[in-house]
Design a protein around this ligand. Structure first.
Ligand code: ADP
Ligand code: MG
Length: 332
């Protein structure tokens, strides 16, 4: 790493003080004193690995609190593991702290990570600590396990499969608009949407239960329609979505009463981290049972069909085909 300014916290002291305590539960992390971790996999399991990078000014605002950054950083990764039907175990953290970040800020960041670790049963296994000359940038690599032959791919959908989504869609996109001051709502609704934007719920239990039940799955990170489009592409199919069936939270409904034209943001806005999955119609009662057991709403929103352009057709609230300006978020 570049030479730190005088008085700036020392890299190794930072690791020892703030990150080592997060790695005590994994012996193979060697208290972060060696070059890499050596992790043992349970018998007959496979390692499932994913990584996601959050950049200041893109994924979180410049003045974001560490308590808002850390949960999202981990959860977006855990959501990818959930979509694969995997059980999260470890994570690696490459932290590029913006120059001038104080030790106190890093301490708050580490405490927020610890709370997340406890919540999701994961432990830190390694990482890297650098000072970023420009914007802060945090990359987490999440590692999970799945039984040999388990897991869910995007590519397994078949024509005629039902399409489901968990939870409610659109809250995070609407939450971002609350955050930017573009949407005014009663306080309890605004709080709900903001919470869903900052602290999405990775559907880990659901993903694991869907392994062997769902034929294809993906998590909604870019936008419902774009992400279902990825299932279509990988499975070489198309999909039809009934806009009326897309599940909304009470706060989401209140937001759309104020701004009906924002229904597009609900369909195309990302960051919900719900699971979209397909399953044969013969498994409807099985899926209802999983929803009841886990107390997670699972809503049938459409059906897989033949490939077409666009890959996903949406019928709007009026029953007519909708044309979306964009299906989801794109970085480039
Ligand atoms: P190198 O110079 O070889 O990259 P480091 O000094 O960066 O090694 O890292 C030493 C140890 O500390 C390694 O085990 C690494 O995984 C761990 N580590 C460094 N930064 C972090 C971090 N932010 N979170 C977790 N582990 C870290
Ligand atoms: Mg290093």
């Amino acid at each position: 790493m570049a030479r730190a300014r005088r008085q700036a916290p020392d890299e190794f002291a930072l690791i020892a003080r703030y990150f080592r305590p997060l790695a005590t539960e994994e012996k193979g992390a060697f208290a972060l004193t060696d070059d890499a971790a050596v992790l043992e996999l349970p018998r007959n399991t496979r390692l499932v690995a994913t990584t996601d990078c959050l950049i200041e000014g893109v994924h979180f605002p410049q003045d974001a609190a560490p308590e808002d950054i850390a949960p999202k950083l981990l959860r977006v990764n855990l959501s990818d593991l959930a979509a694969m039907g995997a059980e999260p175990r470890w994570y690696l953290l490459a932290a590029g702290f913006a120059r001038g970040t104080t030790a106190a800020w890093i301490g708050r960041f580490a405490r927020a990570l610890r709370r997340e670790q406890r919540k999701f049963g994961i432990t830190l296994a390694g990482g890297d600590t650098v000072a970023a000359p420009g914007r802060a940038c945090f990359t987490v690599t999440a590692l999970g396990v799945t039984e040999k032959g388990g897991g869910i791919r995007r590519s397994g959908a078949r024509a005629g499969d039902d399409v489901y989504v968990s939870g409610a869609i659109g809250d995070a996109a609407l939450g971002l608009r609350v955050l930017r001051g573009e949407l005014r709502l009663p306080a309890r609704h605004a709080r709900h949407l903001l919470e869903r934007y900052h602290r999405p719920t990775p559907r880990i239990e659901l993903g694991r239960r869907l392994a062997g039940v769902a034929r294809a799955a993906i998590d909604v990170s870019d936008g419902l329609i774009a992400d279902l489009g990825h299932i279509c592409e990988a499975s070489r199919l198309g999909a039809i979505v009934d806009g009326k069936a897309v599940p909304l939270s009470p706060a989401g409904r209140a937001a759309l009463r104020a701004k009906p034209e924002w229904f597009e943001h609900v369909l195309a806005g990302g960051d919900d981290y719900e699971l979209v999955f397909t399953a044969p119609a013969a498994l409807r009662s099985r899926i209802r049972a999983i929803a009841r057991e886990l107390r997670v709403p699972l809503t049938r929103i459409g059906r897989m069909g033949r490939a077409g352009r666009p890959a996903v057709h949406v019928t709007g609230p009026d029953g007519r085909a909708m044309t979306l300006a964009r299906a989801g978020w794109r970085h480039f």
